[in-house]
Design a protein around this ligand. Structure first.
Ligand code: NAP
Length: 197
């Protein structure tokens, strides 16, 4: 069974992420897609990230009822600093085969892969998949080492002109975020007054 790991901070999760996930699922024949919100990313300390439990709750609300989707607490519950390589190893240890494991994330995140912990091990553990927004240059993929490009699949999401940064800013300014995020996520953000400062 092909398993997709959808990694991201998801602060907040939005329709761009969901479209990317679904496009990857359909194009690659992925049967189960597991959203993995980051815990306390060491590379983002001090960046005023929303608590992991709120990001996890929003990811649950956004994916509820989609039979092929689930959300994992694997990185949130990890006590040590959280790294993608450890997450992939844990999924493989549960019996998933390397050839059936896909790691999906955004292009700008993927372009920084050579700074990730033990990044050189990652292509041996899974197939990498990346999605991009319109207007974002893809040429930079060529700057990645060949052993990474050889394991990288690329999907284009025409509608993916949404970003979490834009949503946080709109929320802070009191602009609407309706139709950018699922309705329950919008309610969660408003009820918990996220992104107000
Ligand atoms: P990010 O800075 O939040 O995101 C970077 C870019 O990619 C943003 O433009 C973001 O869009 C987009 N993006 C993020 N996740 C996406 C997804 N699943 N689908 C489509 N676009 C996505 O990066 P991040 O979320 O922290 O990191 C992404 C993944 O890389 C996570 O799983 C993280 O654990 C992993 N990572 C691992 C290491 C390590 O092992 N040391 C280091 C860095 C990243 P939005 O802003 O709209 O979300």
């Amino acid at each position: 069974m092909k398993i997709g790991i959808m990694g991201g901070t998801f602060d907040p999760i939005h329709y761009g992420h969901l479209l990317a996930a679904e496009e990857a699922r359909i194009n690659l024949g992925i049967e189960r897609l597991i959203f993995v919100p980051t815990g306390d990313p060491p590379y983002k300390r001090g960046n005023n990230i929303t608590p992991a439990e709120d990001r996890y709750a929003m990811t649950l609300l956004a994916t509820a009822g989609v039979i092929e989707y689930s959300v994992s607490r694997i990185e949130i519950d990890r006590k040590e600093p959280t790294h993608t390589v450890d997450t992939l190893r844990e999924f493989l240890a549960s019996g998933i085969k390397t050839e059936d494991l896909y790691f999906i994330t955004g292009l700008d995140a993927m372009l920084s892969i050579t700074s990730w912990f033990e990044y050189e091990k990652i292509p041996d553990l899974c197939t990498l998949v990346t999605a991009r927004r319109p207007g974002y240059p893809v040429d930079e993929i060529e700057t990645l080492p060949k052993f990474i490009r050889d394991k990288l699949k690329y999907i284009e999401i025409p509608q993916f002109a949404i970003s979490s940064t834009e949503i946080r800013e709109r929320s802070r300014l009191g602009k609407g975020i309706r139709f950018l995020v699922p309705h329950l996520v919008e309610i969660y953000i408003e009820s918990n007054k996220l992104y107000k400062i």
